[in-house]
Design a protein around this ligand. Structure first.
Ligand code: FE
Ligand code: CA
Length: 503
């Protein structure tokens, strides 16, 4: 299969074989303005997603769609020209789901690529490529990304990520931001403008997702590979914690439920993730016998941040042994999943920095109460579990900077053994172009000896996983305030597998 030729056609509708004729109507009659996506692959299937919107930025969040059901045909082919159709069917796009469809496919062959597309109202969608997971220990190339503030930059990093054609994309939160126009410009300029108002209502969240999904670079990244997605805070509200709004927002339970609903409507998630007003994104996805991804939710079940949140010194509350980040049920689920794992590698995909980070140069210590430093006792317990797990690696978002860290039982003790590496991906766009302040980076590294690399430029991580090792490339872009930046490897490392769990 010629992968390059697929990419060349991925953002436009494919040629129209197999009975799908692409009719030409008025420009605004195309309902596939938000692209297509796939996610959560298994050995015999995956979930396919699209959401119909004739007018994505229509102010009521309904995308200019009628208030009745719309049928959506779907096709899965073994080849990119859709000459070998292996499955097809018709889904229903309902107004109550913002005319999104989630097709869960089963019964396909393991370990192979598939191509998919939709047809509705006489129009054919762009085609996407996805794949089932293999049986056995076949190597895996994957990418890790997070944090894509739309106002702060173009999504060139998504395009570069897509061009590398990873087999899987792990997205670790802040897919969209809830702020109104210019609601958060701290470190960045503004290259684009959010939809009006901060997101509060269901219509607000739907409209914001539609704005993000309208981006062609984002659409390309989704069409290229299946994604594993998990939200962090900004898909709802900055630094929310369980039932607690960080701003004391009224009726936060309702707002959170609406934000979850819009998130589900716009993501390639399985129906089982919807649990009433809650959304379950902690889940496991295995790549044959090679790796198991344990995706965590470090937001929905956590205790409120200690000492009124922020980066601060002298907070004993953060050390309380009763504090939880994962919540009791997810903790049990994770423990079982780690203990029961039989794969060579165990990759935790989660949102916030797990390594300790002291932000204060010299004597004294200041830590981020929103990260694992604010839940230190549970971190110690988790690291104890990881020490007995086969080849654990932690993948993290949130920080808007690449970090490479050693996770240790005692971060203050240089002799404390390394339990796992933590790979923190920088942001796709959040905080704009970024910078390289060598003095500040050197200071941060010398203050935190377990951290060996920090980079404040935009980017993502690519990785190649085999039975023997995990080779990692921290990719960076020089700018996102204009289009066209190349991606370069700013740092790389290879993590060898150890033969047996370190018990
Ligand atoms: Fe972020
Ligand atoms: Ca210090």
């Amino acid at each position: 299969m010629d992968r390059r030729s697929f990419l060349a056609t991925a953002t436009v509708s494919l040629l129209a074989p197999a009975g799908y004729s692409r009719t030409s109507r008025a420009l605004n009659s195309d309902p596939f303005t938000l692209g297509v996506a796939s996610g959560d692959p298994s050995t015999d299937g995956f979930v396919l997603w699209t959401r119909l919107a004739l007018d994505p930025l229509g102010g009521d969040g309904r995308g200019g769609m009628p208030s009745h059901d719309v049928p959506v045909d779907w096709q899965i082919a073994a080849d990119e020209r859709f000459t070998k159709i292996v499955r097809s069917g018709t889904a229903t796009a309902r107004p109550a789901a913002a005319h999104s469809v989630h097709v869960e496919v089963r019964g396909l062959d393991p370990g192979r690529d598939y191509f998919y597309r939709f047809r509705s109202q006489g129009r054919v969608s762009p085609a996407g490529r996805t794949r089932t997971t293999p049986v056995g220990a076949r190597p895996l190339s994957f990418a890790v990304a997070a944090c894509a503030h739309y106002e702060h930059g173009y999504y060139t990093a998504y395009r570069r990520l897509a061009e590398e054609e990873p087999e899987l994309v792990v997205f670790l939160g802040d897919y969209m931001y809830e702020y109104g126009p210019r609601g958060y410009t701290a470190l960045a300029g503004q290259v684009r403008t959010h939809t009006p108002g901060k997101c509060v209502t269901l219509a607000d969240y739907r409209l914001r997702h539609a704005q993000y999904k309208s981006d062609p670079d984002l659409q390309l990244a989704h069409a290229t590979a299946p994604w594993l997605v998990a939200f962090d805070d900004h898909e709802v509200e900055n630094n929310w914690a369980g039932p607690v709004s960080s701003t004391g927002a009224p009726a936060f339970d309702r707002r959170r439920a609406d934000a979850f609903r819009a998130y589900y409507e716009n993501m390639p998630l399985r129906r089982a993730s919807v649990r009433g007003a809650a959304l379950r994104v902690n889940r496991r996805v295995s790549w044959g016998s090679l790796a198991r991804f344990h995706l965590l939710d470090t937001r929905q079940f956590r205790d409120d941040q200690a000492c009124r949140d922020g980066v601060r010194a002298g907070c004993d509350e953060r050390l309380d042994t009763g504090r939880t980040l994962l919540g009791a049920a997810q903790w049990r689920w994770l423990e079982e999943g780690l203990r029961g794992s039989t794969t060579r590698w165990n990759l935790l995909g989660q949102q916030i920095m797990m390594a300790h980070r002291d932000f204060k140069a010299g004597p004294g210590r200041e830590v981020n109460m929103d990260s694992w430093d604010g839940y230190a006792a549970e971190r110690t317990r988790l690291l104890g579990s990881l020490a007995a797990t086969a080849n654990p690696v932690v993948l993290t978002g949130d920080a808007h900077m690449h970090h490479l860290s050693d996770l240790k039982a005692d971060f203050d003790d240089p002799g404390s053994p390394v339990i796992a590496k933590e790979l923190v991906t920088s942001s796709i766009a959040s905080d704009g172009d970024g910078y390289r302040d060598h003095r500040r980076i050197a200071e941060a590294l010398s203050e935190n000896r377990h951290i060996s690399y920090i980079d404040q430029r935009r980017g993502y991580i690519t990785a190649k996983l085999t039975h023997d090792d995990l080779s990692v490339a921290f990719r960076t872009l020089e700018y996102v305030s204009r289009r066209g930046a190349r991606a370069r490897t700013a740092h790389r490392l290879t993590i060898p597998a150890t033969p047996e769990p370190r018990t």
